[in-house]
Design a protein around this ligand. Structure first.
Ligand code: GLA
Length: 676
C-alpha cells in the first residue's frame, strides 16, 4: 500500500484547482477559503498544457512555480497532473496526423479537450517531454502528494497510427495471419486477410463489423493507452521522483480500460465518480463505484473527483443538496476511499463547464453549499483515525464476490446479439444493487483470482469465456463454493465463437443444463416463475441434465419448463438463471440465497429503513458508517462512540433523515436499529 493511502495523514480533502484561469487576487481568497474549509490537497495542472508549453519545446513554468509557492505557503499539498489529456492548439498545426480519427473517418481537432491519437509517435514524444519537464522541476517538492498522470484515458483513435499499432499488437498476439484468420472467423463474408496491411481498426463499414475484431480492438486500445501511461511514469521515475503515481479512471456507461491490468501499474488507484441519477438509486451508485474501485485497488483507493453541488442527468443539472454531498462523501470513504476530492475547487465563470458544480460556487462562500464544504472538512478531521489502515486483512469483510471483467463488457457490446437490450454494465449493477439493498457487503473479483474466501460468487452475463476462466469457475464450485451464473454466460469462447451442441456450451458440464433456444422477450413484456419471481428481456428453453430445478416458467411459451437450475457438486453448488429477473425479484433471489448460505447483512435491523451501514476496519478497530438515506428517523444502539458528535451510542443515537454517524465500535458490540 502506498504512502498516500497509508492514512497516517488522515483523509485527503480538496480537489482540482485551476488558478491559471483566475487573476491573482482570487488566489489570495482561494487560500483563505481553503484554510477555512480545512482543504489539504489540490490537483493542479490537469488542463494546463497550452500555458505550460506555449510553443513546441518552450516551457513557461513561472506561473506554476507561483501556484506551488502559494499552496506551499498555505500548507496545502498537491497532486501534479501531467497535462497530456489536452494538447495545445499549436500541436494540431504542427502534427495534424496526431489528431484522433472517428470510425467514420472524421478527424477531430483541438477546440475541446481529450483530442489526441494515442498511437501517434509525435503525441507520445510530446507527452514524454512534458512529463519529464514537470518531474525534473517539481519531482522532489515536499508538498507533492503524487502524480496524476493524464486525465481519464479514453479517447479512441481509428486513424492510420492506430491501424499500424493495432497490427503490431495483433502480430504479437497471433504470430501469423492464419491464426488470426481462424480466431476472427474470417471465412465469413469474405474477410480472409492475406496481408497484415489490410487489417484496420473497426471503422465505418457497410454493415455489421466482425465481433472478434471489435473486441480485439478494445483490448488493444486498453493496452495501448496503458503503454502511453507507462511511458510517462518511466519519465517521472527517470527524473528521480519517487512520489506515488495514479491516473484517474472514469466510471461511466462505457468502458475503454481493463482496470485490473491498469491497477497493477499504479501506486494507488483513483476514480472520478459522477452520480448517474438524482433519484435514490444514486446512493447505490456510490456504493457500486466504491466497491469496484476498492476491489481493483486491492484495498484503499482515492476518490479524485465528484461534483459538490450538481447531478447531471442528460440535459439538465439537478442540485445535489448539502446533506447528500456529505452522505456521498462519507459513502466513498466508508468503502475504502482515503480522500474526498472534487471537481473542482471554484466554479468557472466561463468556458464549457462553467455550470458544473464546485466547492466554491458562483455565488461565493456565502452559500449553504460552501457552509457544507466547511462542515465536511471538519467531519473529515473528526474521523481522521479511520484513515489509518489495519496492519492486515481487508478494509471490508465480504463473503460475496461479483466477477468483473472488461472482456465481459466488451463482448456484450458486439453487434447483433439475440437481444441488444442485454447490457453487461446493467447486469453487474443490478446484482450489486440487490446486495446493497440487502445491506450485504461484497467485493468484485478478477477472473482467475483467488476466490476461495467467498461463500458465493456471482457471474453476471459473461457471454464469452476462455478456458482458464471456465476451469477457475469449476474449481471454485468443486472446492465448495456457491456459484450463481446469469443468463447468456459462457455461450462462446474468448473470440465470440459459439460452442455448438447446446448453450451455454462452455459451462454446460458445470451447470448441468442444456439450453436449446434463446428466446428474448419483447420490450416491456414480463412473465412469472413458479416461485413468484418476475422476469423480463430474456428466456431460454432449457433442459436439465445433472442439475435440479429451482423454479420453472409459470406462464408464457415456456410454461412448465425449468427457468432456474442448480447442480450440486460435493458441498458446492452451481446455479443458472436462464432468464433476467426484474430488480425486485432479483433482490428477493439474493436475500433468499444469502440466508441459505449464512451470509448476513452488516446490520440486519437496518435493512429496509433507508439506513446504509458499512463496517470499515482501521488500525485501531472497526467503525460503522451510518448514512441515513431514508425518510423516517431511526435510532441506532450498541456500545460505541460517534466520532462526529463525540456521543456514546450505548443508549441509542438518533439519526434524522439525511444525517450521518461514524461510530467507533467497542469490541463485541451488538447493534439494534429501531424506527422512531
Ligand atoms: C471529468 C473530468 C473533469 C470534468 C468533470 C466534469 O471527470 O476529469 O475535468 O470535466 O468530468 O464532470
Amino acid at each position: 500500500m502506498s504512502e498516500i493511502a497509508s492514512g497516517t495523514a488522515g483523509f485527503l480533502f480538496g480537489g482540482d484547482y485551476n488558478p491559471e484561469q483566475w487573476p491573482r487576487e482570487v488566489w489570495t481568497e482561494d487560500m483563505e477559503l481553503m484554510r477555512r474549509a480545512g482543504v489539504n490537497t489540490t490537483t493542479i495542472g490537469v488542463f494546463s498544457w497550452a500555458v505550460l508549453e506555449p510553443r513546441e519545446g518552450e516551457f513557461d513554468a513561472a506561473w506554476l512555480d507561483e501556484v506551488i509557492a502559494t499552496l506551499d505557503e498555505a500548507g496545502i499539498s498537491f497532486f501534479l497532473a501531467t497535462p497530456t489529456a489536452s494538447p495545445p492548439p499549436w500541436f494540431t498545426r504542427v502534427y495534424p496526423d496526431a489528431m484522433p480519427v472517428r470510425p467514420d473517418g472524421t478527424r477531430v481537432v483541438h477546440g475541446s479537450r481529450d483530442t489526441y491519437a494515442i498511437s501517434a509517435p509525435a503525441y507520445r514524444a510530446a507527452c514524454r517531454r512534458v512529463a519529464r519537464f514537470l518531474a525534473e522541476r517539481y519531482g522532489q517538492h515536499p508538498r507533492l502528494r503524487g502524480w496524476h498522470v493524464h486525465n481519464e484515458y479514453g479517447t479512441i483513435d481509428h486513424g492510420p497510427h492506430a491501424a499500424a499499432a493495432f497490427r503490431r499488437w495483433l502480430q504479437a498476439k497471433y504470430g501469423d495471419l492464419s491464426t488470426l484468420n481462424d480466431a476472427w472467423y474470417t471465412a465469413f463474408w469474405s474477410q480472409h486477410y492475406s496481408d497484415w496491411e489490410d487489417i484496420l481498426p473497426p471503422r465505418q463499414t457497410q454493415y455489421l463489423a466482425n465481433p472478434a475484431q471489435v473486441v480485439d480492438f478494445k483490448r488493444f486500445c486498453s493496452d495501448e493507452m496503458l503503454a502511453a501511461y507507462d511511458e510517462q511514469v518511466a519519465e517521472i521515475r527517470a527524473a528521480g521522483s519517487t512520489a506515488q503515481v495514479t491516473t484517474n479512471f472514469m466510471l461511466p456507461t462505457w468502458n475503454h480500460l481493463d482496470q485490473w491490468d491498469w491497477a497493477e501499474h499504479q501506486d494507488v488507484v483513483s476514480i472520478d465518480h459522477y452520480l448517474d441519477t438524482s433519484g435514490p438509486d444514486g446512493e447505490a451508485h456510490v456504493a457500486y463505484a466504491s466497491d469496484l474501485t476498492r476491489s481493483w485497488a486491492g484495498g484503499a483507493w482515492l476518490l479524485m473527483e465528484q461534483n459538490a453541488t450538481g447531478i447531471r442527468e442528460t440535459d439538465r443539472t439537478f442540485v445535489k443538496d448539502s446533506d447528500r454531498m456529505i452522505r456521498n462523501s462519507l459513502g466513498y470513504i466508508a468503502r475504502g476511499s482515503q480522500s474526498s476530492l472534487f471537481f473542482q475547487w471554484r466554479a468557472g465563470a466561463a468556458g464549457a463547464e462553467s455550470w458544473h458544480g464546485a466547492l466554491v460556487p458562483h455565488t461565493g462562500p456565502q452559500s449553504r453549499s460552501f457552509d457544507a464544504v466547511v462542515r465536511l472538512g471538519a467531519m473529515l478531521a473528526q474521523i481522521a483515525e479511520v484513515a489509518e489502515l489495519p496492519a492486515e486483512g481487508p478494509l471490508i469483510e465480504a463473503q460475496i464476490g461479483i466477477v468483473w471483467d472488461a472482456n465481459g463488457w466488451w463482448s456484450l457490446d458486439t453487434p447483433h446479439l439475440p437481444n441488444e437490450e442485454l447490457s453487461y454494465a446493467a447486469e453487474v449493477r443490478a446484482t450489486h444493487r440487490s446486495l446493497w439493498r440487502a445491506g450485504i457487503a461484497c467485493d468484485f473479483v478478477r477472473p482467475r483470482a483467488d476466490a476461495t474466501g467467498y461463500r458465493i460468487l456471482a457471474v453476471p452475463s459473461m457471454f464469452a469465456l476462455d478456458d482458464a476462466t471456465v476451469s477457475w469457475l469449476t474449481a471454485y464450485v468443486e472446492a465448495g463454493g456457491h456459484l450463481v451464473v446469469g443468463h447468456f454466460t459462457g455461450v462462446a469462447d474468448e473470440n465470440q465463437r459459439v460452442v455448438l451442441g447446446g448453450y451455454p456450451g462452455r459451462l454446460r458440464d458445470l451447470l448441468g443444463v442444456r439450453v436449446e433456444e434463446i428466446r428474448p422477450l419483447a420490450a416491456g413484456r414480463t412473465h412469472t416463475l413458479t416461485d413468484g419471481a418476475e422476469i423480463e428481456q430474456w428466456t431460454e428453453r432449457m433442459h436439465l441434465e445433472t442439475a435440479d430445478e429451482v423454479a420453472a416458467y409459470a406462464d408464457g411459451d415456456l410454461a412448465g419448463l425449468p427457468a432456474i437450475a442448480r447442480r450440486r457438486v460435493g458441498g458446492g453448488t452451481a446455479t443458472y438463471l436462464s432468464a433476467r429477473l426484474v430488480q425486485k425479484s432479483r433482490d428477493a433471489f439474493w436475500t433468499t440465497l444469502c440466508q441459505a448460505h449464512g451470509v448476513t447483512p452488516t446490520l440486519p435491523d437496518a435493512v429496509g429503513t433507508g439506513l446504509e451501514v458499512v463496517r470499515r476496519r482501521a488500525a485501531r478497530g472497526d467503525y460503522l458508517f451510518c448514512l441515513h438515506h431514508g425518510n423516517e428517523a431511526v435510532r441506532i444502539a450498541g456500545t460505541g462512540e460517534d466520532l462526529l458528535t463525540g456521543r456514546t451510542t450505548d443508549r441509542g443515537l438518533l439519526l434524522t433523515p439525511g444525517e450521518v454517524a461514524v461510530i467507533r465500535e467497542r469490541p463485541g458490540a451488538t447493534w439494534h436499529v429501531t424506527a422512531v
